[in-house]
Design a binder for this molecule. Structure first.
Ligand code: SF4
Length: 127
């Protein structure tokens, strides 16, 4: 089978075609036949990850109580499996932090046991 991906690793946005077969071997579930269109090796790594364990990160914001701004931006420290994004947002969306908030503060350690933290990326002073 073949699939086309747009690589999101860098701004070149290469369109990468991959031909592969699924195997019965859980240790090696894909047999890659051809990868084309990638300008560098990172693109091949990207499509292999997408085919076997697609991951995404989250950048969003949380409410700030008593701050000069109503929201503080946050992000995950590491990408999580794509099918856990909604679960992760269900934890992050209701969060409220008290000002002052500092970039680098960790709001949630090991979110859902996924090995990623929720990190503040913007200072918000108290008013
Ligand atoms: S394949 Fe390489 S050059 Fe192309 S978008 Fe991906 S990282 Fe960038």
């Amino acid at each position: 089978m073949t699939r086309e991906f747009t690589c999101i690793i860098c701004p070149n946005s290469c369109r990468i075609n991959v031909s592969y077969e699924r195997t019965e071997d859980p240790a090696s579930p894909l047999r890659i036949q051809e990868v084309s269109g990638n300008l560098c090796a990172r693109g091949k790594g990207y499509v292999l990850q997408e085919l076997t364990d697609p991951r995404r990160t989250i950048s969003t914001s949380v409410a700030v109580e008593g701050g000069e701004l109503p929201l503080a931006s946050v992000r995950l420290t590491d990408p999580i499996p794509r099918d856990r994004i909604f679960d992760a947002m269900a934890v992050i969306r209701p969060l409220t932090v008290k000002a002052p908030v500092r970039a680098g503060n960790v709001l949630v350690h090991d979110l859902l046991g996924l090995g990623t933290d929720v990190l503040v990326t913007k200072d918000v002073a108290a008013h």
